[in-house]
Design a binder for this molecule. Sequence first.
Ligand SMILES: Cc1cc2nc3c(=O)[nH]c(=O)nc-3n(C[C@H](O)[C@H](O)[C@H](O)COP(=O)(O)OP(=O)(O)OC[C@H]3O[C@@H](n4cnc5c(N)ncnc54)[C@H](O)[C@@H]3O)c2cc1C
Length: 627
Amino acid sequence: MKKSDRQLGMDRDITRRDFIHDLSLASLGLTLPAGALAETLAATPVSPGTCYPPIRTGMRGSHPGAFETAHALAREGRKFPDPVDLDEVYDLVVVGGGISGLAAAYYYRKKFGAGSRILILENHDDFGGHAKRNEFRQGGQMRLSWGGTMNLEYPMFSDTVNALLAELGVDIDELLEGYEFEYGNGPKGSPAIYFDAETYGRNELIHGFSFREGSAGDVSAMIERFPVSGESRESLVNFYARRENVFEGKSEAEVNEILSGISYTGFLKKYGGLTDEAANLFISTTHGYWGVGADSLSAAECIDAGLPIMHLLGYPYLSGSGDDNAGGDVAMFPDGNASIARLLVQSLIPAVAPGSDAMNIAMVRFDYSRLDEAAGPVRLRLESTVVNVANRDGGISVSYVKRGRVLRVKSRHAVLACYHGIIPYLCPEIPPEQKEAQMYQVKRPLILTNVLLRDSKAFDKLDISGAYCPGRLHGAVWQVKGVNTAGYRHDWEDEGPVPVMFWGSVAPPDASVPVREQHRASRAMLLAMTFEDFEREVRTVLGGMLSPAGFDVQNDILAITVNRWPHGYAYDYLDLWDPEWPEGQAPHEIARRPFGNIAIANSDAGADAYTHVAIDEAWRAVGNLDS
Ligand SMILES: Cc1cc2nc3c(=O)[nH]c(=O)nc-3n(C[C@H](O)[C@H](O)[C@H](O)COP(=O)(O)OP(=O)(O)OC[C@H]3O[C@@H](n4cnc5c(N)ncnc54)[C@H](O)[C@@H]3O)c2cc1C
C-alpha cells in the first residue's frame, strides 16, 4: 500500500535547496523598475549570488539558522556575554520585523519625526514575520503564493488600521475586484474529500463533498463511499439529513453555556449522533483556521469556524449563515499580507523598491542589499537574533547575535514586536508577574506547504478545486489561483505551473492535555521533522489523489516550499481551556505593559492572530513611549 521513496519521486531533482534555487535564477537583476511586470521579471537575468529570499524553496518559515540562537537562550539558558559594541546609536530599536514591528517603526516616525533613526532586528533571512512571500519561477511564469498570513479581514479593521492601509495606498475595493479565490471550494472545480490508502485502506476521492455548507450533489450517496464502518456512514447520513433544534425549550443563555462547555467532537457525538470514528473525521478541519483540532475547540467556537451545527440548533442550514463561502469577507494580495509588509518596508526604506506602490507591489523585486544602509534613517537587519534588551543609563542597550557574533547597539526606545514567550529571556529584569503573563502566550504551531505543480490538468480532469484530507498532516489542499491583484494575474483558466497549498498543523500526541501543552508537544514534533518528511507527505497525497487523472508524481512536481511555523497564531483564549479574567487582568494585558523605555507590541499583545491586531498593537505600543 505504502509507496517507496523511489515510486514517489523522492530522488527527483526538484529545486528543494535554497542555494540551488538562487543559482538557477542566477540572473534575476536587482530592483526592477516599478512598472516592470511578470513577463519582464520572468525574462530578466539575475547576477549570481543576488540575495532574494522570497524565491528560496526547501525548509522556510522557521528555517534552519533562524531559531537556534533563541532556543539556546530560552531552552538551554545560554548566556551571550561580552558583546562587541557597535558605534550605532538609534532613537528606536524594534525587535522583530513582522507586520507589528514594521508598523511600529512606521508609527514611531509619525510620532517622533521622519528623521528618527530606527533599527529593526529580525532573526529570519527575510522580513515580514508570518507575512511571507513564496515566489516560484520554475516552469516559466512567475507564480506567487503566501507562506503564512493571507487574508485581510477588512470588516474587523479599526480606524487605525484603515488609516494605515489608506496611507499605504491599499484599496480594499480594488483588491476585491480581482479576487476569485474560494479556499478549495471553486470557482473552477468542486470541493472534495480525499481519504488516503495509508489511513483508510484505500484511496477514495469524494468529488463534490464539503463538510461545511456547499456540497454539490447527493450527500448521502457521497457518504456511502466513505471508507469507514457502516455504522459511522449511517450516523453521518443521519447527521447531515437532520433539521431540528436539539435544545428546544432551553433559553439562549442555557444553550450558549452548553455550546461553550462541550468540545465540537463531543457535541457531534452527544447531540449529532455520530460515532467516534465519524466525529474524528472533523478534527483537523480546524487545524489551519485555528491551529487547534475540533476536539479541543468548543461547539460554540466551531460555529465561528463554519462547521456544521446550525441545522441542529433550529436553522435550515448547516453552518454559519448558510453561505457556502468558508472564507467570509476577506481581501487578498497574491502573496498574502507579505504585500503589506513590503509596502511598509518600502515606505520606511524607499531605496529597496523605488516607485513601487500598492497597485504593482506583487510584481516588484526588492533590492535586499539596500535594507541595512548606514546612510538611511531606517535600517532593517536580517539574520539577527536579539538576546538582551535592557533599560540602561536613561536609554536602551540591545544585544543580538548575527552569524555567531554577539553585537550591541544603543537606543533611546525599544519596541519588542517579537513573540511574548521569548521576552522574559530577552529582558530578565521585567517583573515576575509580567513574565508569567508573557509565558502564558504559547503560539499555535502551523504548517503551510506550497508545492508547485507542472500544471493543473489533473485537478481539472477530476473537476476539483482542492480537497480536505482528514487522515493527513495537512488537513487541506488547495490550488492557488484567482488572486489577480497588485499587478499579478493567474486566472483559473490559465495553463502552466500552479502552486498548490497544503495547510494544517501537527496533531498533538495527546489531545486530552491542556491546549498549551498540546501546542508545545506539536511544536517539538514539527521542529523534529525534516524537509524530506514533508516532501514524502505531499508526494504521497498528490500521488494518491491525482494519479488516476494522469498526474505523474515523479515528474510533475517542480518545487516545494515548506513554511513551518512552530510559533504560529497568537494565543487567543479558548472556551474549554482558559478562565475569564477581570478587566485588565488577562495575560496579554499584563504582558504588554511598558517597562521603562521598552514598549511591547506583536499580535500576542492583542491575544488575537490577525494582521490588523498586529497593527493595532504596534500603534498602542508606540503610544506608550514618552518623548
Ligand atoms: C500560517 C499562518 C497563516 C495566517 N493567516 C492569517 C490570515 O490569513 N489573516 C490574518 O490576519 N492573520 C493571519 N495569521 C496571523 C499572523 O500571525 C498575523 O496576521 C501577523 O502576521 C502577526 O504579525 P506579528 O508582527 O504580530 O508577528 P510575527 O509575524 O510572528 O512577527 C514577529 C517577528 O519577530 C521575530 N522575532 C522573534 N524573536 C526575535 C528575536 N529574539 N530577535 C529578532 N526577531 C525576533 C519573529 O521571528 C518574527 O519574524 C497567520 C499566521 C500564520 C502562521
